[in-house]
Design a binder for this molecule. Sequence first.
Ligand code: GAR
Length: 190
Amino acid sequence: MTKLKVAVLISGGGTNLQALIDACAGDDFPAEIILVLSNKADAYGLQRAKKAGINTSVINHKDFSSREKFDQKMDEVIKSAGAEFICMAGFMRLLSEWFVEKWFDKLINIHPSLLPDFKGLNAQKQAFDAGVKTAGCTVHFVRKEMDEGPIIVQKSVEVKKDDTADSLAAKILEKEHEAYVEALRVYCVR
Ligand code: GAR
């Protein structure tokens, strides 16, 4: 089986990355991760990638004078690794329009809310504070507007009376792992 060559962009712990690594380990999974790229050298997700034998790259956005120059460097590294598709998994940088256009429909993101509700940072807490009864996560194609773009998969969780913002975020994160694997599979077999 020819597998889709995927680069995963991270900034932190990388539990979504881990879910993708685990899924890709299956012989019949239609994608393989060929590069994990982080804008932070101390992102724990880099250790997860190394443990799985995946090439890693760190590009510190602070070393670049503009968002576009940083994105151009990422593009160069991603292209030379041979990636055909990009998954953003807790990558906490906004991308330039240039990058989004370059990877149009080949760039997906996971966000911890049922978009279009609760865009931006701390989406889980936004949902909790709003008192919603149902929260969740979304995997979507990336467009130039933040947290917008065609939805591939959404998964919901019930907000229980005894939930806190933290317990809700943990429940959503568990669903994220399922949603991301499902979305990547759906994209590959579409
Ligand atoms: C996840 O909850 C992801 O949805 C969120 O960051 C977390 C990363 O966790 N992303 C965003 O909020 C992007 N807008 P992880 O590093 O354990 O996968």
